[in-house]
Design a protein around this ligand. Structure first.
Ligand code: NDP
Length: 445
């Protein structure tokens, strides 16, 4: 039995009931065999056993008062997975589905993603099973204040720097930052995704979506193509989806879908800048459902469905984990899809990934394709520590360079290990080697 298989078997025994975490570890470890065989010192140092175990897992009670004065209780989490190459860094997710398995998967993935960005950031992730949907602003504020009252003792600009994720946008980051500042009496870069007037970076809101589109462009370039004139499907209608649409439009592509947890809109004419402005207002201000788009612009609404049955040249899954099944992947390929760039984290099931690879689809896994968000968070940290702000053009140029470098690193590593075009293997090995070597350098940590 191979070293990685042995570690996986042990992991399954020790972490029953954590399917998302096991899925994420499985996907990484099964790509690492070539590098583990080439360098015996990883096994001798038991690097895999160490790298799959979070350094610290915090779980805490979050009590808060709703608008009727009733006490409510949620569960808060912060997983500090790996600090070998920098302070823990990764978002906070507020969604009713949040549990330990999902946050361990996200923080494990984050460790390798952050390594790929070339910036000095370790891996972490956190959040709560609190659902901001349907809550008033004051309820969200009271929840965020209570959440930060506990979290603030575990984080800091040199220790752990959270950001946003599903259900945590500019509003929530504001409330969280305000409470941190009150308790600690310090104005520091302890969170990223901050408002522009109080330490935020230009392009951070756009970064994940823009970066994911830049990654798709890089993949297409290897086949002498570009996004111009391509029809694309996008899922989700939140932060990542919105700016994915904006950048595809800027590069001459056409986006024909968006979705939320209730259903999908299909607009064959394309979601242009004016329609995108409507979506931003609908989702970020009115907090409404995507079905309203179909009513306003008189296009199809696919109730309860995902966008994967809509014909496209390329797909940008930007909602959540495991949103593309093996069957969806077959449909995508049959309908002519040639590339998939993942804005969401682990949106494709293992069966879907197999289908993409069998059909030589240009497939950019989330840990490479959506790394632009955390990379720009790294740029926000750099600006905070220098007490200065870069221009929009400067940050976007850096983001574009970072995405090109992540692509090159995944592409070249896959080639070096005899699997050209396999971005999953390339990203996993490149991300792993840097973290593993740092751990070796630092002794038994
Ligand atoms: P948002 O909360 O802004 O938007 C999430 C979107 O996905 C919403 O449209 C939401 O619909 C939909 N969605 C969420 N959960 C589900 C579900 N279980 N089934 C169907 N649809 C769902 O989040 P983001 O745009 O920030 O994040 C989207 C994805 O991108 C996540 O996987 C996240 O981890 C990943 N990501 C985000 C980064 C960032 O910088 N924000 C960085 C890197 C990755 P509804 O409103 O109905 O719930």
């Amino acid at each position: 039995m191979s070293y990685s298989q042995d570690v996986l078997n042990h992991l399954h025994r020790r972490n029953p009931g954590e399917p998302e975490f096991l899925q994420a570890v499985h996907e990484v470890l099964e790509s690492l065999d070539p590098v583990l065989q080439r360098h015996a010192y990883y096994q001798e140092a038991r690097i895999l056993e160490r790298i799959v175990e979070p350094e610290r897992q915090l779980i805490f009670r979050v009590p808060w008062l709703d608008d009727t004065g009733q006490p409510r209780v949620n569960r808060g989490f912060r997983i500090e997975f790996n600090s070998a190459i920098g302070p823990y860094k990764g978002g906070l997710r507020f969604h009713p589905s949040v549990n330990l398995s999902i946050l361990k998967f996200l923080s494990f993935e984050q460790t390798f993603k952050n390594s790929l960005t070339t910036l000095p950031m370790g891996g972490g992730k956190g959040g709560s099973d609190f659902d901001p949907k349907g809550k008033s602003d004051t309820e969200v504020m009271r929840f965020c204040q209570s959440f930060m009252t506990e979290l603030c003792r575990h984080i800091g600009p040199q220790t752990d720097v959270p950001a946003g994720d599903i259900g945590v946008g500019g509003r929530e980051i504001g409330y969280l930052f305000g409470q941190y500042k009150r308790i600690r009496n310090e104005f520091t870069g302890v969170l990223t995704g901050k408002g522009l007037q109080w330490g935020g970076s230009l392009i951070r809101p756009e970064a994940t979506g823009y970066g994911c589109v830049f990654f798709a462009e890089e993949m297409l370039k290897t086949r002498g193509e570009t996004l111009a004139g391509k029809t694309c499907t996008v899922s989700g209608a939140g932060n990542v989806a919105q700016f994915t649409v904006e950048k595809i439009n800027q590069l001459g592509g056409k986006v024909v879908s968006l979705s939320d947890s209730a259903g999908t809109i299909h607009d064959p004419d394309g979601i242009d800048a004016e329609k995108l402005a409507f979506v931003m207002e609908l989702k970020n201000v009115k907090r409404g459902r995507i079905a309203e788009y179909a009513q306003t612009f008189n296009c199809h609404y696919l109730d309860g469905q995902t966008p994967w049955g809509i014909p496209c040249d390329g797909a940008f899954p930007s909602a959540t984990q495991n949103e593309i099944s093996g069957t969806d992947a077959v449909t995508l390929v049959q309908q002519g899809c040639q590339f998939v760039s993942e804005g969401a984290n682990m949106p494709s099931t293992p069966e879907a990934v197999d289908v993409f690879q069998q059909h030589q689809i240009l497939y950019g896994p989330g840990k490479a394709a959506n790394a632009g968000g955390v990379a720009t968070s790294g740029l926000e940290m750099a600006q905070n520590s220098m007490h200065m702000n870069w221009t929009r053009a400067e940050v976007e140029a850096r983001l574009q360079l970072i995405m090109a470098s992540i692509h090159a690193s995944a592409f070249e590593t896959a080639q070096e290990y005899g699997q050209p075009g396999n971005y999953v293997m390339g990203a996993n090995i490149a991300g792993f080697v840097k973290v593993a070597n740092a751990m070796l350098d630092q002794g038994l940590v």
